[in-house]
Design a protein around this ligand. Structure first.
Ligand code: SIN
Ligand code: MN
Length: 202
């Protein structure tokens, strides 16, 4: 049962068992050897992100001085992104209530000092599918806002194994990560937090 539901921003607390979490971490560790985590930069300013990123799937979300976009290849290696493993597609099938598989999976790695400013996921073409977000490792203090940058926000703790489904009106709501609680999980060898967001692009 979701323990929080704000306009179809649904937090499924403890959705993944420890064993399932460990399996996903093992799968991702292998895949990021092929598509290494890199540090994107902000449009215009070129300021580096504190979060390191990679992608899986036909399309991957990237950011650089020229803007945000989806593209088929890793910006540093020039290689296509690895496929999304079935461990992740199975989660999408279980919670997304969408007839087609996820097309893109953004892999975000937060060290304990990383954060992510308030933003909307709006670079997709079609917003009828939800974004499904998987939290692994250290707890995040996540901030959920509304349809405008200004309105009220709510702080939500996302722990290892929590799955968030962001659909309906909430699909285009502002959100961000205020901070990571270092040492709150021993799932990842080097500490920190791995967040995987499964998306449809087209
Ligand atoms: C994101 O908005 O891409 C990441 C959200 C999160 O790390 O929980
Ligand atoms: Mn986002």
């Amino acid at each position: 049962m979701p323990n929080l539901n704000i306009n179809n921003f649904r937090v499924l607390q403890g959705f993944l068992t420890r064993q399932e979490q460990a399996q996903i971490v093992a799968d991702i560790s292998k895949l990021v050897q092929k598509a290494p985590l890199y540090r994107p930069s902000m449009p215009r300013t070129g300021k580096p992100f504190s979060v390191r990123m990679s992608n899986l799937g036909k399309l991957g979300w990237v950011s650089d001085k020229t803007g945000y976009r989806y593209q088929k290849t890793h910006p540093e290696t020039g290689q296509e992104w690895p496929e999304i493993p079935d461990t992740l597609q199975a989660i999408w099938r279980a919670v997304a209530e969408f007839g087609q598989p996820a097309e893109a999976c953004l892999v975000n790695y937060y060290d304990i000092s990383a954060k992510m400013g308030m933003h909307r996921d709006e670079d997709e073409v079609n917003f009828s599918a939800p974004v499904v977000s998987i939290s692994l490792g250290d707890t995040a203090i996540f901030r959920m806002g509304g349809a405008t940058r200004k309105g009220p926000t709510q702080s939500v703790k996302l722990e290892s194994g929590d799955v968030v489904v962001i659909g309906g009106p909430a699909r285009l709501f502002y959100h961000g990560v205020d901070r990571i609680l270092g040492g709150s999980s021993n799932l990842l060898k080097g500490g920190g937090r791995l967040n995987l967001t499964l998306r449809r692009v087209g």
